[in-house]
Design a protein around this ligand. Sequence first.
Ligand SMILES: Cc1ncc(COP(=O)(O)O)c(C=O)c1O
Length: 501
Amino acid sequence: MSEPLEHPEPELIDVRDPERSRAALERLGERTWKEALDWLYGPAADRPTAPDLYPEMRRTFFGERGRPGPAPSQGSSSNHVFTEFRDRLAPFAYAAQHPGSNSYFTPPPLPMSIAGETLSRWLNQGIDLWLAGMAGPFVEEEVVRWLCDACGFGDDAWGVLTSGGVMANLMALTVARDVHLARRLGELPRGAALEGIRLYASDQTHFSVERAVHLLGFPEGTLRIIPSDPDFRLHAPTVVAAIAEDRAAGLTPLAICAVAGSTNTGSIDDIPALADLAEQEDLWLHVDAAYGAAARLSPRESRKLPGLERADSLTVDPHKWLYQPYDLGGLLVKRREDLLRTFHREPEYYAVWGPEEQPLHWYQYSLEGTRPFRALKLWLSWKHLGSEGFAQLIERNVDLAQHLARRAREVGFEVIDPELAVVCLRLAPPGLDPAVTDELQKRLQRALEVSGTGWLSTTTLRGRTWLRAGVINYLSTGDDTDRVIATLTAASEGVLEELDG
Ligand SMILES: Cc1ncc(COP(=O)(O)O)c(C=O)c1O
């Protein structure tokens, strides 16, 4: 850059000269942090979400046109840009930090992980290729090792960080197809070779598993959905029966996809028995522990998640219960070469090292190419908090979920007791029509949202609508939870009257 750019703040673009830019960059950093804190102690402390409905929100954001405007042709000052953030965005952002927030699975991110994210964005390492990241790939290797250790995976295990659980589930089933099925068939299974295959999962499986099976080219009906038990768990005997039926029909069972911490209720499938079954039947065992795996860091809670180490592939998602900002998921595999066999390619533009060096190229282990330096935020925040710190926060969430369940039951809600820290609750006055009862839950959810006291979602369980609280907010206390319950209870009278009229 020779000529200075025509811009109100060229020193924030051409940063070569510290004399000219360092102070301006420090001010930019301070301003960024200040905007974040003004949001944290302003709108985010006031309410988890703005009460606006979608059409109003679109109008507020986009103006009367109601759709995106043109890209700005001229630059503007950082002050102007921050003002837009402050006015148009911050007041309307979802605040996982609000103490009444019981989100889908959005945690308040740990400040140290935000610091790590900021540093990683400055460094902008290409984690796909060793030389593009130098030490960066080692940070991922270390964090993956810690995740393997937490889940009981041995020395042969390996893993890779992903954009989230959806990507990890897709990659896991790609490995099941291209390693496990390929081994059986003696060739890479494609086209007609994908017919007549069966995978087994419960009705509580995350939607991404079904979509992955579809994307991988398996025909309709390949994923056999097995009803979960009354506690939403998948048990081995039901899978045994399904396998026997399918074998008798000439089909080929390939894999069991279990869940350890389901999205709806946090339920945990009977992993040890499913692992035995997978072994007996020579099936791939994938466990989606996107949410639940974190609890393995707590000596008290880990007993609820036995057998994760027996999975062939395991989805973990630190951007859920390890309080990391998006995005940060991960896939762990029992055998390192399984990932390599599935994803390894050798483009000529990467062939710059002698094989004797054997550098770690992450692109050979992932469906993704260039990836953000995701590991740094987890690495820094893990060092800052320690496994024991994580365990304490997780245990507090579990205790708080039990408190929420107790309080809700005391004031007359039906409650599905939390296995980990998801609580489903439902106000069902006796004699009320089931469809009206469903509508009651939706209106209660909305009443809470409008109140600004807290937030929870709804879901459908066995055909009925429930309120659902994902208690992964480490900034929430018993008093905050009591306020959420009190708001729901106070709203119920008015809502019931509305529904009656
Ligand atoms: C059990 C489970 N698996 C997978 C996912 C997908 O994770 P992500 O949306 O982070 O990709 C979720 C998301 O909530 C989940 O609950």
